[in-house]
Structures are given as structure tokens and as C-alpha cells.
Design a protein around this ligand. Structure first.
Ligand SMILES: C[S@@+](CC[C@H](N)C(=O)[O-])C[C@H]1O[C@@H](n2cnc3c(N)ncnc32)[C@H](O)[C@@H]1O
Length: 349
């Protein structure tokens, strides 16, 4: 029988918790819906300030998962990217949680040592898919290695004010969400994720990126800087298919990323889906919007450039506002400097 939308789903199992560079969990933590989970590492899933998530999943799937309260953990923050149902820890022979399993479709999501792989196609053996160049570029070991070693610093030439000032502006926009769960979407090597963790402003920081190598770098920096990953989860996912339940996230931050996303529209729609009412989306990106109007040929070529390269640097703040509005977000604000923009929008209540 079809269940009503808005059914509250609570996860069946404990949040897996593992040491850095080793996402495995001892057996006693698997059984842990019954015992208090210790501070977690890659998949730390702690209490959030957000209201209880509601799983507005497809009707036919609602009756399937066996769900039971697990007040100690917040596995409800992660969901299967295929059906958006909660994930539960699955233990291997040694009793460690080595993978997560969807409580509905039963798909297994593996622990890749440095991060949890929550991409849709994970586990497929024959199928492989290339993303547009703007996404694939950051998957390479070289660019991931160079990113914080000079690449990102160059953004200053485009008007980016630098990490500290960007972080300060982002925090201003994010004030209403403090204490909750923040997703640092397209975190790259985790430069902002680390700042969010160090700030102690959020109960959970999810560092999320599509690039395996960026996530490895992220882990490396965490280790180098001896940053506790208590309250931090590293997740590989596609921005257009986020592994979170509807309305379960307080804030999404996306630094210097929208111009790299294959479809900003699908991504913003996903972000809106996972944000709770009143949740905040903050993003910075390049806006080379003054160039196409000045060069008629470029104006004509703009959509083709985006299609071929996957790069969306020619969008304007008017288009971003329009897109946020179209995806159910309000209260659009922004600051600009040259080709740099940081904007915020709030999920309507
Ligand atoms: C320019 S970097 C930004 C990194 C960091 N947030 C910053 O502020 O410097 C863009 C990031 O977007 C990620 N990205 C590109 N396409 C993506 C997708 N489809 N899903 C998730 N992340 C994606 C890349 O892997 C890369 O790490």
C-alpha cells in the first residue's frame, strides 16, 4: 500500500566509525544501535541541529526497509543515491563494517579506505562513464596533487579574495545553520572542510567530492595537520545524485565548484532536495558573464563551449538567482569581485 509522503524513517543500524585511513568498524560498533557510538572518523554521523529528516522516497519502496530507532547515531544523514533510503553498516567476516548497504534496494557501497564511495555506478564491473572535462580534470592524480600547492592560489587573479576571507563571508551567510550538518560539496582537497571542522561550528561536516584523488589528498592533509575527524565524513558522490535523504541537511557549501559541474541545474535541484526548510546553500564560482556580451561570437558559442568542456564560467548572478528560485530557494544574496561571486540562497520553508 502506498504510504503517505513525509513518513519519518529512522536508520536501522549504527553509524560506522573508523580510524583515519581505515574506514572499518569493529563489530561492537555494528551492533551499536544499542550502544553509544564513539566519536567517528570517515563516517562520523553525529547528532545534528536539524529537524528529523523525512524520507520522501518513492511510494512503492516505503514499506520495504525494516527500520528501527537508533537514537545514538545519525546514519539517517546518508542515503542510497539510487533510492534515497537510509544506509546500514554491513560487517565482514572479521566483524568490521566494511561496507554500507541500502536498507531498501540492498545495494552495497564499499569502504574505499580513504572515503565511502556513494556513487550510483559503484560496484559495476563492465560499465564505465566519463564525465565532462571539467569534472575529469580534477580526478587526475596530478591536478589533485597540485590543487593546494599553487592551483587554487591562482584564483586570486580572477577576483577570489583568498581562503580566509572566503571562509569569513561564507560563515556570515551560514549563521542560521550553525550546530547542524554541513556538506562541503565538491570539497576538492578539503581546504574548506578542514576549516569547518576546526571551527567547531558544525556537529557534522561531510566532505564530498567526485574525485577519488582529491579525497585521498583530503585525507592526507587531515593526517598532516592532525585534524581529528571526529564529526567528519569523507564521501565520494556526484553532485547531481547526492547520498542524503530529503530535507536532512542544514547547509551546503560549494567553494569554486559550480563552473565545474556537468549540470548546475541538476546539482542545485539536488542541493535543494537535501536541504531542510530554512537550510542554506552557499557557493562561490567564476562568473565571466561580462565577456560573452562584449564578444558577439562568444555569445553565440557560449552554450557550445559549456557542452564541450563542461565548464560553466559564463553564467551570471541573475542566472544563479533564477536557478535557485526555480529550485525552491529564496532570499538570494551575493557579493562580487571581478570574476568572483559568492552567493547564498535559503530553502523555502
Ligand atoms: C575547482 S575545485 C574546488 C575545490 C574546493 N571546493 C575549493 O574551494 O577550492 C572543483 C571541484 O569540483 C569537483 N567536481 C567536479 N564535478 C563534480 C561532480 N559531478 N560531483 C561532485 N564534485 C565534482 C572536482 O572534483 C573538484 O574537486
Amino acid at each position: 500500500m502506498a504510504a503517505a509522503l513525509g513518513t519519518t524513517i529512522t536508520p536501522a543500524a549504527a553509524a560506522p566509525v573508523a580510524p583515519r585511513g581505515n574506514n572499518r568498524l569493529p563489530r561492537h560498533r555494528v551492533a551499536a544501535s544499542r550502544s553509544r557510538a564513539a566519536p567517528a572518523r570517515r563516517l562520523a554521523l553525529h547528532a545534528s541541529a536539524s529537524p528529523t529528516a523525512t524520507a520522501d522516497a518513492p511510494d512503492e519502496a516505503v514499506a520495504e526497509p525494516s527500520v528501527e530507532p537508533a537514537p545514538e547515531t545519525k546514519l539517517s544523514k546518508l542515503a542510497c543515491p539510487i533510492c534515497y533510503y537510509p544506509l546500514v553498516g554491513a560487517s565482514d567476516q572479521s566483524g568490521d563494517v566494511s561496507s554500507l548497504e541500502c536498507s531498501s534496494c540492498k545495494k552495497i557501497y564499499p569502504n574505499k579506505q580513504d572515503y565511502w564511495d556513494l556513487t550510483v555506478a559503484v560496484g559495476s564491473t563492465e560499465y564505465s562513464e566519463s564525465m565532462p572535462a571539467a569534472t575529469e580534470l580534477f580526478r587526475t592524480p596530478l591536478v589533485s596533487f597540485l590543487y593546494e600547492r599553487g592551483w587554487r592560489q591562482n584564483f586570486i587573479w580572477g577576483g577570489f579574495p583568498g581562503l580566509e576571507r572566503e571562509f569569513e563571508t561564507a560563515k556570515t551567510y551560514l549563521k542560521p545553520t550553525i550546530g547542524g550538518t554541513i556538506v562541503d560539496a565538491s570539497c576538492g582537497s578539503g581546504l574548506f572542510s578542514r576549516l569547518f571542522v576546526k571551527s567547531g561550528l558544525y556537529s557534522l561536516v561531510v566532505a564530498l567530492d567526485f574525485s577519488e584523488n582529491m579525497l585521498k589528498q583530503c585525507n592526507e592533509y587531515l593526517r598532516q595537520e592532525s585534524i581529528s575527524d571526529e564529526g567528519l565524513a569523507l564521501v565520494r558522490a556526484d553532485i547531481s545524485r547526492l547520498p542524503f535523504m530529503n530535507g536532512s541537511i542544514d547547509a551546503v557549501h560549494a567553494g569554486a565548484a559550480i563552473h565545474c559541474w556537468p549540470s548546475p541545474a541538476c546539482a542545485v535541484a539536488e542541493i535543494s532536495r537535501v536541504l531542510r526548510p530554512g537550510g542554506v546553500f552557499v557557493a562561490s564560482t567564476f562568473v565571466a558573464d561580462v565577456i560573452p556580451p562584449a564578444i558577439p561570437l562568444l555569445r553565440i558559442a557560449r552554450p557550445y563551449i559549456s557542452q564541450i568542456t563542461g565548464n560553466n564560467t559564463f553564467l551570471s548572478e541573475v542566472e544563479f538567482e533564477d536557478l535557485c528560485k526555480a529550485c525552491g530557494m529564496v532570499d538570494f544574496k551575493f557579493v562580487r569581485n571581478g570574476f568572483y561571486i559568492m552567493f547564498s540562497a535559503t530553502k523555502s520553508s
